[in-house]
Design a protein around this ligand. Structure first.
Ligand code: ADP
Ligand code: MG
Ligand code: MG
Length: 211
């Protein structure tokens, strides 16, 4: 796969909604351990709304599609994850532009912009035990694979592997942002719920990029 079409991008976010739905109980139990037990419900509500919106009306550009995802997530997800994931897609939208396909370089640039927006918004850095710990290495791996000449499927696969590794590495960290930070050392040893959902997002991107 050299580039993702609008259908591929729709398949990505539809698969994300399906995966979040399938993993709702897990996401909720992770959040029950170090938060307020609503990450599963928050993400199901948001990703379902996104999938429904894309199914109801087909966007004409990548920018429009990602904008729709971002605004829908901001308005439908309560809690920290809504504005954070929302900002990620809104910034991706601005970077992607009015195109109907994204190649590995274009998608890499959009993912980088999304991550930067999310970091500005949440003020979390790598190591704070948030979804940034999964997304940041994922974006770097995507860019690295793309720079090495890999196509979008190879780049997305590298991103998925890096996101899962980032999620797992953050388990032994102490949370410094979000509700889990209130637990201090007691957050150590638990997987961050946002890192788990972000790893799913990258897994679904890899799946969609395979076509
Ligand atoms: P809430 O904490 O409001 O109930 P969710 O449970 O939906 O919201 O999402 C919690 C996740 O949001 C955390 O696991 C973490 O990954 C992420 N998160 C929380 N605060 C921040 C932040 N300031 N920056 C980045 N990510 C954050
Ligand atoms: Mg929560
Ligand atoms: Mg909450």
């Amino acid at each position: 796969t050299t580039s993702l079409s609008l259908e591929d991008l729709t398949a990505w976010l539809t698969a994300f909604a399906r995966e979040v739905d399938a993993q709702e109980a897990l996401l909720t139990s992770l959040d029950a351990a170090i938060g307020d037990a609503d990450h599963g419900a928050n993400m199901v509500r948001g990703t379902r709304s996104v999938a429904q919106s894309l199914a109801a009306q087909t966007p004409r550009t990548a920018s429009e599609l990602l904008l729709r995802a971002g605004t829908t997530l901001v308005s439908s997800v309560g809690g920290a994850a809504g504005p954070l994931y929302g900002t990620f897609f809104l910034r991706m939208s601005r970077e992607a532009g009015a195109v109907t396909e994204l190649d590995a370089r274009g998608l890499g640039a959009a993912l980088r912009a999304g991550l930067e927006g999310l970091v500005l918004r949440g003020r979390a850095e790598v190591g704070d035990k948030t979804l940034v710990d999964a997304l940041s290495p994922a974006v770097a791996a995507f860019e690295g694979e793309a720079a090495a000449g890999g196509d979008v499927a190879a780049a997305a696969q590298a991103a998925a592997v890096a996101a899962a590794a980032g999620r797992d590495a953050a388990r032994m960290l102490e949370a410094r942002k979000g509700r889990a930070s209130l637990l201090g050392e007691r957050s150590i040893g638990h997987v961050d719920p946002g890192s788990a959902s972000a790893a799913l997002l990258m897994e679904c991107l890899a799946e969609a990029a395979l076509g």
